[in-house]
Ligand binder design. Structure first.
Ligand code: DGJ
Length: 727
């Protein structure tokens, strides 16, 4: 890893063994992007600009003939002086004029990775990153922009963010400040992103980039299941196992926008950051604003190469350090077995069976504080309903702990029910717009997390429950998007800041609680995957992937999220059949196989299981524990499959001596059955024993010839293999 300057300090080359990122200052003034992609040893300017004389455009630098900003690859573009493509930053000056002209001032190398105040971001130990700090400014507007690019040793990743300083005498207004703006050369790309809805998250969308702007966004106040704050630009022939990929992921949990413009000449500009529709920020003289961090990923090893980069980054440089090397407990969650109707008897019964089966953590989900068995009341009060649970949470914890299990509890801290004491006492604590109706979502309003008093209230609730150390796990849920997004406490001139201030408040609360109780395992959740993003992952090392627990749908949802997130971050539960969300019937084995390479849990009424099912579950749990370390810390791959009737995953350990391979057959389909499945992530020099059958295979044969599977007359069938190297 290194950052070098050349051409008298006018070119900066950021590189490691995988990638190069090259910037140049033109005419001592304008910062442009020269290259991002596969690493190059030394940059000798082979991609020199060709300036064409064209009509109906503007001419800029007198020093370079025919230079027009119309196709100039600005690193952080603004609008108003002849670059008509999407701008990265827009500011209204004290004069009321929407215009800035950023010119290069200086750059320097920092040996550490800077923190971003109030926002989650990647971190590193000494020597693991180098950072290029670039300062650009508009002297007459009194605006300075600091740009930070950190490169990690051995990862095809650069992370980037900006700091905007008002060094003028009067207030300015930031209308938009993207985290990413990247120029890519004119060629064909596919735009790939993850879209969805509640209980059907993380579907892959892929289409050929066309002229004009293509955009995805969330304007819901949460990153949302509708679009993950991610997109990739990939070569048209890129697949899981080969091809070029540029991937971008925003470390932020609120509204975002991500857009790509293919201009008149075919040049491509990719941008991502805070959604300008939900954002405006007043910056007083002397103040600084910082953008969220964006992860910029390059791989020429297909989508799996991109995923490996993201997985490694998040496992080692984003999730809380305490949980980086900690195996995650196998849990039993009460939701699908009890819903709101929680009782001590049920808890006693379920935890008894859980203990016999080898489950390690019992999670009491929603219902424990509700006055009725519905979502209609009590949100915000967080007082255990002792009619349901005599003795309160202490009693529940005691029952669970007596069985030798850990105890986890569900909260939805950002919400308030109309029917709650909290709302009677503090109606002003909810987000609301005076004189307009307040819209409920799942019978609840949203607390105004920008308020200090609300933040302290939530923090104190957690102190009350966590201070005695009787709760080892918290599920942090969030079940509705934001509406009437106004804070009664914010000054008139700052009203448009509320969307971002909500998220800053959320991060402050999470930071305070998770740093005070670092041993408590937090699981993020937002109706499943409605706020599954790297910002939340920074605080909650695992996230409930989806409210949809159906094994078939989960093959799609987990595959989608695995483009970005390591399996250890994704909750995957074996639930009842027919499935509560889809009505689909699948075997116990299929449900387990689809969950086992992820963060395994169970979510079903164990007392209703037949003896043979109990035996099966006990075996699953024993097997998972035996392989847990390798599964949770191994490398996860999706495979290209011969046809769409199959999905295939494998987890391989770092020295490729062990691999678990799962092939999921959607339907019994003899027409699509004669296929070979290549195990491309083994070592071709090794021989492997398949542990279930004792058969010996050569790594080279598995990789080049591929494995065939029998024709099984069953829908939703899983073939599972466990290969181990033989000496
Ligand atoms: C939504 C979550 O995703 C579920 O797992 C469950 O916790 C419910 N909320 C409880 O209200």
């Amino acid at each position: 890893m290194s950052i070098n300057f050349q051409k008298n300090g006018l070119i900066a080359h950021i590189k490691n063994s995988s990638i190069s990122y090259i910037l140049e200052v033109i005419d001592d003034k304008y910062l442009i992007n020269r290259y991002f992609g596969k690493t190059i040893r030394e940059y000798r300017e082979t991609n020199s600009f060709q300036y064409f004389k064209r009509g109906y455009n503007t001419q800029h630098l007198s020093s370079i003939e025919n230079l027009s900003f119309d196709d100039f690859p600005f690193e952080y573009p603004t609008r108003g002086h002849g670059d008509y493509r999407i701008p990265a930053i827009s500011i209204t000056q004290a004069t009321g004029i929407d215009f800035i002209d950023l010119t290069f001032k200086e750059w320097r190398i920092l040996n550490e990775k800077p923190k971003i105040s109030g926002l989650p971001s990647t971190f590193s130990e000494e020597g693991e990153t180098e950072t290029l700090e670039i300062i650009c400014e508009d002297i007459s507007a009194g605006i300075r922009v600091y740009m930070y690019y950190s490169i990690f040793d051995n990862l095809g990743i650069i992370v980037r963010h900006q700091k905007i300083e008002n060094f003028g005498k009067q207030k300015i207004t930031i209308n938009s400040a993207k985290s990413l703006s990247l120029e890519l050369p004119a060629k064909d790309y596919d735009f790939l992103s993850l879209y969805g809805t509640h209980a059907k998250e993380a579907n892959v969308s892929r289409f050929a980039l066309h002229r004009g702007i293509q955009k995805i966004e969330s304007a819901r106040g949460a990153s949302s299941p509708q679009h993950q704050p991610f997109f990739a630009l990939v070569s048209p022939d890129t697949c899981e196992e080969s091809g070029e990929v540029y991937g971008f992921h925003l470390i932020y949990s609120g509204s975002f926008s991500a857009e790509v413009e293919k201009d008149q000449f075919g040049n491509v500009r990719a941008q991502m950051g805070l959604n300008p529709d939900n954002f405006k920020w007043s910056l007083e003289s002397g103040e600084i604003f910082e953008t969220p961090e964006v992860v910029i990923n390059y791989s020429n090893n297909g989508l799996n190469g991109m995923s490996q980069n993201f997985h490694k980054l998040y496992k080692s440089h984003l999730i809380p350090k305490k949980f980086m090397n900690q195996e995650r407990p196998i849990l039993l969650n009460s939701w699908e077995s009890m819903y709101y109707d929680v009782t001590l008897d049920k808890i006693e019964q379920q935890s008894n069976i859980a203990q016999e089966l080898g489950i390690e953590l019992f999670v009491l989900d929603d219902g424990w504080f509700r006055l009725t068995n519905s979502s209609k009341t009590s949100m915000g009060d967080w007082k255990c309903n002792e009619k349901k649970l005599p003795g309160g949470i202490n009693k529940v914890a005691e029952i669970i702990h007596k069985k030798g299990l850990k105890f986890g509890l569900w909260f939805e801290p950002e919400m308030i029910s109309k029917a709650s004491n909290l709302y009677s006492e503090h109606p002003e604590w909810a987000l609301q717009i005076p004189n307009y109706p307040m819209v409920e979502g799942r019978n609840q309003y949203v607390l105004d997390l920008s308020r200090k008093d609300v933040q302290e209230y939530i923090i104190n609730i957690f102190h009350d429950y966590l201070k005695d150390g009787q709760i080892e796990y918290i599920k942090w849920d969030m079940n509705r998007p934001l509406t009437e997004v106004n804070s009664l406490a914010l000054d008139f001139g700052r009203k448009s800041e509320i969307w971002h201030r909500y998220i800053l408040g959320l991060y402050y609360v999470l930071e305070t609680i998770t740093s005070t109780y670092p041993n408590v395992l937090f699981e993020g959740c937002s109706s499943g995957g409605a706020r599954f993003d790297p910002g939340m992952l920074y605080y909650t090392p695992q996230i409930w992937t989806s409210d949809n627990t159906d094994a078939f749908d989960r093959t799609i949802i987990q595959s989608g999220y695995s483009l970005l997130y390591p399996p250890i971050a994704m909750g995957a539960h074996v639930s009842i059949t027919p499935n509560h969300q889809t009505g689909r019937i699948t075997s116990m084995n299929t449900r387990y196989q689809v969950a086992r390479l992820f963060n395994l849990g169970y979510e079903l009424d164990l007392s209703k299981c037949q003896d043979y099912e109990m035996k099966e579950i006990a075996e699953q749990i024993a097997e998972s524990k035996r392989n847990r370390k390798f599964i949770q810390y191994g490398d996860f791959f999706r495979h290209d499959v011969p046809n769409d009737n199959y999905s295939m995953w494998s987890t391989v350990n770092s020295d490729k001596t062990e691999a678990i391979v799962i092939i999921f057959q959607k339907f019994y389909n003899p027409i699509k059955s004669h296929c070979l499945f290549k195990l491309n992530y083994l070592n071709s020099d090794f021989d492997y024993c398949e542990k279930n059958t004792g058969k010996i295979y050569g790594g080279d044969e598995l990789m080049s010839v591929g494995l065939s599977i029998p024709l099984i007359k069953s829908d939703f069938h899983v073939f599972a293999f466990h290969f181990e190297k033989i000496s």
